[in-house]
Design a protein around this ligand. Structure first.
Ligand SMILES: [Zn+2]
Length: 147
């Protein structure tokens, strides 16, 4: 190893120290910029500034807004926040609803395309109940047909 002049890494360390010595002295040393030493300490945003910031973060202007490419879970959450839960399932009007169901099955970002259903109605609507009965029959369990 003819090029080895010392322990591995010593060249890098020397380079680092040389650069550190050349670094200009910071105008505000980092340690002195916390709390009341921070240049923003005590300054308040004007109502206008706050309003402007608020407006840039709402709805379509929000940087997180994904339009119709939004994921299933996020869309559900979005609808849930806006569509208030009624007392009864909007289909059978007897049970309290617990599922948010999409009417067109296209999962649109459109509140009129969503309804609150009870578990049973939701499953019937999606055809899941039928599948459930079929699969049970296949295993030898007999279940009554649903009306
Ligand atoms: Zn129902």
């Amino acid at each position: 190893m003819p090029y080895k002049t010392g322990p591995w890494g010593i060249q890098a360390k020397l380079r680092y120290e040389k650069r550190k010595a050349q670094r200009p002295i910071p105008r505000f040393p980092i340690d002195d910029r916390f709390g009341n030493k921070n240049p923003m300490w005590g300054r308040k945003m004007s109502e206008l500034t706050k309003e402007r910031i608020r407006k840039t973060k709402v709805g379509k202007l929000n940087p997180m807004w994904q339009g119709n490419a939004v994921g299933y879970g996020a869309l559900h959450a979005w609808v849930k926040r806006r569509l208030s839960k009624p007392e009864f399932c909007s289909k059978c009007k007897s049970t309290s609803p617990c599922d948010l169901a999409n009417i067109s099955q296209r999962y649109e970002r459109n509140l009129s395309d969503w309804e609150w259903l009870c578990r049973r109605c939701h499953m019937m609507k999606d055809g899941r109940m039928k599948n459930f009965i079929e699969s049970n029959r296949g295993r030898g369990n007999v279940m009554q047909d649903l009306p």
